[in-house]
Design a protein. Structure first.
Length: 400
């Protein structure tokens, strides 16, 4: 997303400068006008290679969690927001994030609210984050809401960390398999190919295939590398697009275990985020629209938007959950309890804890479930290689 540098005047006539992320210059101007800023100068920022690399790396979620928790503590202690931001910027070890905090600080010092200043960096602070900060500013409970927001983000990060940890072993095995295959194709097979030629024997189809593949890789090694890099970059670009995300979400949901983990994570994310928004006094319809932005499944995202539409028409959330098969029945039952008791936020938090436990159990069994699959793949690869390499030698020794 392009970054625009701007110079503008606030309501008090003070000139401020900063940057804003926007898809076009018109959208950048609109964002600044929404923050009661009169734009004096606006131009797209040309980043050098190093800056682009920093932007590509992004900001780790852990950095944002720590920032949120520390900001909550400082505000609770009575420290002005601008002073707290200054301290946090000096403490940050991530150069990219430090730059963003300083830009937020400049905007706040120029008279812009914290939520608006953070909203200029949507890649780091998503819609949910901004909405909760705005709710905290309106209610005067910014420190409390920031603390809950940090807890929510930490719970989400823990789920992702457990999933990544469970995938480490299978990924290492797969990388090792690919490495062994490349070594054999580049170094071992060419030598065996020369030996087979000297034997003057008819080679099996499997061996001929291996030799042909090895010769192709040796002859067109640069083409193969460029092709692989191009495919990887193409897939990455497609996955990041809206169509790609929609396609991938539909595919992942259908994959055994992975699909179930994805859905359970979405149920937990939905329940915890909606609980936090309701607890922060965000209207239910607005809260549902915000929650839809954090759903990884496009099917559930559409369902949440449909729920917001139904609630806006006067229907209850629990009735909608009971009428659709896109959400589990427990959500409809618990939402009904929340509506009757007036403690929807507490009930949804319990639902989130339940689904987080379910995800935890599924992730723990993920490595065990993947091991047989990986072993079968490894066995097939090793078996194919043995047949390809050993069969000609066996034929020769049998003929002697």
């Amino acid at each position: 997303m392009p970054i625009f540098s701007y110079t503008a005047k606030n309501l008090y006539g003070k000139t401020i400068a900063g940057t804003v992320d926007a898809r076009s210059q018109e959208i950048a101007v609109s964002l600044l006008k929404n923050q009661n800023l009169v734009v004096i100068n606006l131009e797209e920022k040309k980043e050098d290679i190093f800056e682009k690399f920093l932007d590509f790396r992004g900001v780790p979620q852990g950095e944002v969690v720590t920032f949120t928790r520390q900001l909550s503590t400082m505000i609770s202690a009575g420290l002005p927001i601008a002073r707290a931001l200054d301290v946090l910027a000096n403490q940050s070890t991530n150069k990219n994030f430090k730059k963003i905090i300083l830009e937020v600080l400049r905007s706040v010092e120029g008279g812009v609210s914290l939520s608006m200043a953070l909203g200029m960096h949507p890649k780091v602070f998503p819609t949910t984050y901004i909405s909760l900060v705005r709710a905290g500013e309106s209610s005067g409970k910014l420190d409390t809401i920031l603390k809950r927001l940090a807890d929510n983000m930490e719970a989400e990060r823990d789920l992702n960390s457990k999933f990544k940890s469970a995938m480490i072993y299978p990924i290492i095995i797969l990388i090792a398999m690919v490495g062994v295959f490349i070594i054999l194709m580049v170094f071992v097979i060419p030598k065996l190919s020369e030996m087979y030629k000297n034997m003057n024997i008819e080679l099996p189809a499997a061996t001929q295939f291996m030799i042909s593949a090895s010769n192709f890789m040796a002859k067109y090694v640069y083409f193969v590398l460029i092709l692989v890099v191009g495919v990887v970059l193409g897939i990455r670009s497609f996955v990041q697009s809206s169509k790609g995300k929609d396609f991938m979400s539909r595919i992942i949901v259908k994959i055994p275990i992975f699909g179930k983990i994805t859905l359970q994570k979405d149920y937990a994310r939905f329940s915890r985020t909606l609980s936090l928004l309701i607890n922060s006094a965000v209207p239910i319809v607005e809260a549902l629209n915000i929650v839809s932005t954090v759903m990884s499944s496009q099917t559930l995202k559409s369902a949440v938007l449909d729920a917001a539409n139904q609630v806006e028409k006067g229907n209850s959330l629990s009735n909608y959950f009971k009428s659709t098969s896109k959400f589990p029945s427990i959500l409809g039952q618990m939402a009904g309890v929340g509506e009757e008791t007036g403690k929807m936020d507490e009930v949804l938090e319990r639902v989130a804890i339940y689904y987080e436990g379910e995800v935890d159990n599924l992730v723990k069994g993920l490595s065990s479930a993947l091991e047989p699959v990986i072993l079968v793949m490894l066995g097939v690869m090793v078996g194919f290689l043995i047949i390809s390499i050993i069969t000609p030698i066996y034929k020769l020794t049998s003929a002697i």
